[in-house]
Design a protein around this ligand. Structure first.
Ligand code: BES
Ligand code: MN
Ligand code: ZN
Length: 490
């Protein structure tokens, strides 16, 4: 991970440097100082490039003086509009443009210390690369950046808030690492094994194996798992940072380590994407790590259902009927609608065992949510307006945006089965994400609950917002903020 340090506005005279430049008529003081030091090279380059400091724009100036090898101008938009998310985007862009230098500096100008720390968070995440399997990384030189010194007039304040944001960065990195791993490595057993490393941070971790899940009556989850040679697991992670006896808030994740579709098999093209069908579980795991690392004053529990959905002689068939932990029976008309089967049991279990004050589940649940919302917003479904607002606000703050979708009994009626309590698909393509959410709702009882369908946002096929392509870690920053906003006061 990129090493961050903060220092009070010293002016480096050599090396690699990024300068955050606000949009507007007056050039920033930092820009002016460095422009003078480079005999006007920055001003000339900005003019030639038409760079005005707009959010998301940049201008790379190579060797502007004898001693500077590279100065990168990064726009942060109008000074008054700079918020945490804008700061993180700019930090990410700066880090990605400085990537060739092993050590670099980043001048944040007049930003507050808190925003300077968010710039640093964006930079750490923007420098992320999953390189575990590149034995000879030909792009090594392009990803040399190891130390970044953030130059801020408010470095003391930045320094003070940084440890708690570094905790979030480490959670996001854990989530991205899990999501990036191929399915031959990250089986349910291996995922559970990695979750146990959270014990080192003070998280209580319990691993339920097949026998334990059989005893609990997890017929829906186990039906999905039965076609795979890899054993299923459920992992329970508990962080008790709040008052003893306070009901926890619960986070539940879909952890399908590979989704072939089962007997209702998926088409070959793009099936490799289904290695990241465990992103919901990875986000819950990264979030629990973040909460523990920053010693959040909250009681939180994370429950993830880990299975592989495969095709074999033991695989479940379309038409099979399974009995879920709740006692409700399900006719499995499509074995590719497996995420909801896994969640049915873990949602019920989380509610039954922990009586949480609220539950939030995350799942790469439907292709239909991508049709509806593309890759910008995750779908938000909830039976509780206050919870939905709290989540949407945290999403707007962090840039991990949520769009609320409806629930209703008309949709629920589409799940009626001829031979069981419900069927696992509605039978048509219409409202596919809603009927999936409606299915989950049958397993949460009266508990305040929200479901985040992250199928469109868990993975980026292109670099975006200063962040690399691949696993995004969507949801860790959002839910960390949700916890900070509403659940850590007293
Ligand atoms: N894991 C998929 C959803 C998905 C699709 C995630 C694309 C990420 C990218 C899920 O298990 C699935 O297969 N859903 C089906 C449901 C259908 C059979 C009702 C779908 O969306 O097609
Ligand atoms: Mn599926
Ligand atoms: Zn799936």
């Amino acid at each position: 991970m990129l090493q961050i340090s903060f220092s009070t506005h010293t002016q480096p005279t050599a090396g690699a440097l990024a300068i955050l430049v606000p949009e507007g008529d007056a050039q920033s003081a930092a820009f002016q100082a460095f422009d003078a030091a480079t005999h006007g090279a920055l001003g000339r380059a900005a003019k030639a490039e038409g760079f005005k400091g707009k959010d998301g724009t940049s201008c790379v100036v190579l060797a502007p003086s004898d001693s500077f090898e590279r100065i990168v101008l990064v726009g942060i938009g109008k000074a008054d509009d700079v918020d945490a998310w804008a700061a993180e985007k700019a930090g990410g862009l700066a880090a990605s443009l400085l990537a060739r230098a092993p050590k670099a500096a980043l001048a944040v100008g007049a930003l507050s210390g808190v925003l300077a720390a968010h710039v640093a968070l964006g930079a750490v995440l923007g420098a992320y690369h999953f390189g575990l399997y590149q034995t000879e990384d030909k792009d090594d030189k392009k990803r040399a950046l190891a130390e970044l010194s953030v130059l801020s007039a408010h470095s003391a304040e930045a320094q003070e808030v940084w440890p708690s944001l570094l905790a979030v960065a480490r959670g996001v990195v854990l989530t991205r690492d899990l999501v990036s791993e191929p399915a031959n490595v990250l089986t349910p057993v291996e995922f559970a094994e990695r979750a146990t490393t959270l014990r080192a941070h003070g998280v209580e971790v319990e691993v339920l194996d097949r026998a334990a899940m059989t005893a609990l009556g997890f017929g829906a989850l186990l039906g999905v798992a039965q076609g795979s040679a890899n054993e299923p697991r459920t992992v329970v992670m508990r962080w008790n940072g709040g008052k003893e006896g306070d009901a926890p808030i619960a986070f539940i994740g879909k952890g399908v380590t590979f989704d072939s579709g089962g007997i209702s098999i998926k088409p070959a093209a793009g099936m490799e994407d289904m290695k990241w069908d465990m992103a919901g579980a990875a986000t819950v795991t990264g979030l629990m790590a973040s909460l523990a690392l920053r010693k959040a004053a909250v009681n939180a529990v994370g429950v993830v259902g880990l299975v592989e959905n495969m095709v074999s002689g033991t695989a479940q068939r379309p038409g099979d009927v399974v009995r879920s932990a709740s006692g409700q029976t399900i006719e499995v008309l499509n074995t590719d609608a497996e995420g909801r089967l896994v969640l049915a049991d873990v949602l019920w279990y989380a509610r039954d065992r922990f009586a949480p004050r609220l539950m939030v589940d995350l799942a790469t649940l439907t292709g239909a949510i991508i049709v509806g919302l593309g890759h910008e917003y995750a779908g938000l479904f909830s039976n509780d307006d206050a919870l939905a607002v709290g989540l949407a606000d945290a999403g707007a703050f962090t840039g991990e945006k949520l769009w609320r979708m409806p629930l209703g009994k008309e949709y629920d009626a589409l799940l009626k089965s001829d031979i069981a309590d419900m069927q696992n698909i509605s039978g048509g393509r219409a409202g596919g994400s809603i009927t999936a959410a409606q299915f989950l709702k049958r397993f949460v009882g009266e508990t305040a609950w929200a479901h985040l369908d992250i199928a469109g946002v868990a993975w980026a096929s292109k670099a975006k917002n200063g962040q690399p392509k691949g696993a995004t870690g969507f949801g860790v920053r959002l839910l960390d903020r949700f916890v900070r906003n509403g659940f850590e006061q007293g």
